[in-house]
Design a protein around this ligand. Sequence first.
Ligand SMILES: Cc1cc2nc3c(=O)[nH]c(=O)nc-3n(C[C@H](O)[C@H](O)[C@H](O)COP(=O)(O)OP(=O)(O)OC[C@H]3O[C@@H](n4cnc5c(N)ncnc54)[C@H](O)[C@@H]3O)c2cc1C
Length: 398
Amino acid sequence: MRLERARVIVLGAGLAGAATAYHLANRGVGPVVVFDPGTPGAGATGRAAGIVSEQLWDRWDVDVVRESKEEYARLAGAADPSVYRTVGFARWTTDPVVAAALRESSDRLRAWGVPVRSLSPDELRFRVPIARCDDVREAVWHDADGVVTPSALADLYVLGARRAGVEFLLGAPLDSFRSEEGAWNLATGGRTVRAPAAVVAAGAWSKRLLASVGRPVPLAPYRTQAALVRPPSPAPVALPSVHDLDLDVYARPEDGGRILAGDGTERVECDPETFRASGDEAFVAHLAESFARRFPGWKDAELVRAWAGVCTATPDRRPLIGALRGGDGLYCITGFNGFGVMRAGGSARRLAELIASGGGAREAARLAGVEPTRFAAEPRPFDPKPGFTLDGGADPRF
Ligand SMILES: Cc1cc2nc3c(=O)[nH]c(=O)nc-3n(C[C@H](O)[C@H](O)[C@H](O)COP(=O)(O)OP(=O)(O)OC[C@H]3O[C@@H](n4cnc5c(N)ncnc54)[C@H](O)[C@@H]3O)c2cc1C
């Protein structure tokens, strides 16, 4: 068994792990090794819709998504501009109670510097001409929201990390991961890597991994779905992303005139090893009904494929990013509640800054509110409540 030394081991090569490795290496922390039993982006990242939106629920989120967007635009601009595109995002409701909540959430967003605005019926028709929205009571628009191709973005981070010297150990099972004599030891495929710091970025698998080293955190993996459809005729204009709050359906433009639509989120815990990876009939039927009602032109859209992926919920819907209890160099970056594509770049940068600074107070402050230690050492089970909520801003720290 070969023993190698590194400065940081990253467990997981989804968007969060790949971006963390990229940022660590670019801060010159020393050798970084990434381990994933699969391939980069094979978890939730490769199954995500890729909507990137500033219409979130606290100031931290908005700042982090802005940092992500800048980085995604830069990485994509240098390699393949189609990976990140600004398309705008419209969200609407017909329900008067939800309309009031949507207006309140817009007020909060504007107070955080996100220039969302209400759309008049004419503007909504202009922005989303394929939608039948006569009954809409409130529609909100943000110009600067975008879409990414998540797996391609993860590849760009992997490429950038490799160029900066990161080594990836992929495609072999984890033989062991434990703390021994003051360092983290990871064994896989006949090799053992030893490092003073380790970052768990294993998405839905993080719950089990962290529990196995005696650092349980309150995470609930849950299943969510998406589908790719091909409308009978391509839209006459460039489409934005859209979200119908009443039907609980979102859609974003894909290449070739296709549409990627979701939500189909299940609010019960599931096992990332045994979840059903194909889309349910009920989810596809709900999409078809929603299209017939709201997007008549997509009524006869051809289903290209439907699938599911596993995301990770936390009790307060905020992610878990930072040092774990124990003070022995174990960190995590997970618990994105279905919004990890848009948060990964900015979050990973902040985590890498914290690790590179050796736990600096200023760097820790940039993760205030998402630190894993905000929860009790012995987490209790909870029901996942993910999704595009309109709540927000309740935490006095933001
Ligand atoms: C259908 C769907 C639609 C979505 N749409 C959006 C969206 O529009 N916008 C958005 O922001 N987010 C969206 N998400 C959420 C987003 O996909 C996730 O939040 C994000 O990809 C999480 O990235 P990650 O790197 O944390 O996890 P993952 O991508 O799941 O990566 C975890 C990695 O850990 C690896 N792993 C497993 N076991 C181990 C182990 N023992 N050791 C080391 N590694 C291990 C896995 O192989 C995997 O590669 C969507 C998700 C789904 C499923």
